[in-house]
Design a protein around this ligand. Structure first.
Ligand SMILES: NC(=O)c1ccc[n+]([C@@H]2O[C@H](COP(=O)([O-])OP(=O)(O)OC[C@H]3O[C@@H](n4cnc5c(N)ncnc54)[C@H](O)[C@@H]3O)[C@@H](O)[C@H]2O)c1
Length: 286
């Protein structure tokens, strides 16, 4: 098994919110990254986004001192994945997209290469039952922004091998993250709790019981939530949040996970949060 402690490049697939953030985390720890996306606009914008993440991490003093940044290369296809020590998939939260991509990754990567999905909610088992060599596949849920959040949720699928789990621990150490291993299931621990809570917060606003600012102020001021649920929704991306809620709702039947009409309206209007400049709040361009 490769992918943990070696000094080879990581392949990160998906140059959106999480792919850019995970890439910045790795580069900031001296790890070279090959970043892939099928959308040329996303790929073109990614180096600027990654520089912004690195600047923020540097300002906040969360990068290891005296470490030269890793080299970034970008690609529009899986070319180069065969040389990666680990592959981290961070593409759109759609099962079919992830299944097709993971089958292609398994074909491109050498056997024994650690393969990670950064899915928010899809059980690892749903990928593992169709992709080759499921023993190399692990869920690793980096939180947003990956450079600032030091704990990662690691999801052991039913077929994940001990070697893959050991490689994840070594990778976490290489990136200065604290791994917490949990069992598989829709939304694991964090998304099942957090996304359901954000959905309830949106419903409270929808019903006119409190304003966006007041919901966040109460959760911050009374309950110690660092950013409030609705500002967190903007950070996650409301489009991604709705995808994740749908995954949870379909698999648990929990009505609390059925996306709030307010979230659905924001997605229909293109107000995804920070990434589009407007969600529950307005944002200046970076
Ligand atoms: N946003 C968050 O806060 C957050 C946190 C933890 C986990 N996640 C999970 O991370 C994953 C990515 O989320 P995101 O917020 O970065 O989404 P995003 O929409 O910002 O980015 C997704 C990227 O994937 C690319 N993509 C789609 N299909 C592809 C393919 N077949 N090959 C290569 N690239 C492809 C898209 O072009 C896009 O750039 C999702 O599974 C999401 O649930 C998100």
């Amino acid at each position: 098994m490769t992918g943990g402690a070696g000094d080879g490049p990581l392949a990160v697939i998906g140059a959106g919110v999480m792919g850019a953030g995970i890439t910045a985390l790795a580069l900031g720890h001296g790890v070279p990254v090959r970043l892939l996306d099928v959308d040329p606009d996303k790929l073109a914008a990614a180096p600027g986004d990654i520089r912004a993440h690195l600047r923020q991490a540097q300002l906040m003093g969360v990068l290891p001192p005296g470490v030269a940044p890793g080299e970034l290369t970008t690609a529009a296809s899986l070319e180069g994945v065969e040389g990666a020590t680990a592959v981290i998939e961070a593409v759109t939260e759609h099962l079919k997209t992830k299944v097709e991509l993971h089958c292609a990754i398994a074909d491109a990567a050498a056997p024994g290469t650690l393969r990670i999905t950064n899915t928010s909610s899809i059980p690892v088992a749903e990928l593992a039952e169709v992709v080759p060599r499921p023993q190399d596949l692990v869920g690793v849920h980096f939180m947003n922004p990956p450079s600032l959040i030091k704990t990662i949720e690691v999801i052991r699928g039913p077929q994940t091998g001990d070697a893959a789990l050991a490689a994840v621990r070594a990778l976490a150490q290489r990136l200065g993250r604290r791994p917490i291993v949990v069992a598989d299931g829709p939304g694991f621990v964090t998304s099942l709790l957090l996304h359901r809570m954000i959905n309830a917060a949106a419903d409270i606003v929808e019903q006119g019981r409190a304003t966006v600012a007041d919901v966040d102020a109460l959760l911050e001021g009374c309950l110690g939530h660092p950013t409030g649920p609705l500002r967190t929704a903007d950070l996650i991306g409301i489009d991604n949040l709705v995808d994740s809620l749908r995954v949870l709702h379909e698999r648990t039947g929990d009505a609390g996970c059925s996306p709030s009409p307010l979230l659905l309206r924001k997605v229909a209007e293109g107000d995804y949060g920070r990434k589009t400049g407007r969600g529950f709040y307005e944002y200046a361009a970076r």
